[in-house]
Design a protein around this ligand. Sequence first.
Ligand code: ADP
Ligand code: MG
Length: 146
Amino acid sequence: MAERVLVTHSTEETIRCGREIGKRLTPPVLILLSGDLGAGKTTLTKGLASGLGAAQEDEVTSPTFTLVHKYERGARLYHVDLYRIASSEDFETLGLEDIFDERAVVVIEWADKLDLETESPILRIKLEHVSENERRISIDDAAGLL
Ligand code: ADP
Ligand code: MG
């Protein structure tokens, strides 16, 4: 499966979509999330963590102010949010490079702000606001992870 596009019609449906993806992942995997504020990146991550078995969906909250959250009940998932990071910074400055050496799923919101260099297989997911409760989710699985 190279690219798949779907539209969800509720918060719960987006979580479910994340859960289905999370179930299929074998770490290490880097998941790059793009999309505007409110597009559903954090909501999708709730499902990813739940499907992977790293956290329950209600334990997953936005790391906007903390930069990174770590969940590891069983599998390990890092949830990074670069929203408040200047685009000129690099990953070493942020002190995040070590997480790529771990066998974890790393989910990054606003990933396009940085030039990421990693050996990990990558899954790109773009979320777009369609209407109040609809989101278009485009999954680019060029590495064939799903
Ligand atoms: P982001 O992390 O991209 O800024 P969030 O996941 O934090 O976005 O917020 C998405 C908001 O939109 C939440 O309040 C969520 O309940 C709401 N929402 C409504 N419909 C959907 C949907 N279909 N998918 C995801 N979120 C939705
Ligand atoms: Mg968010």
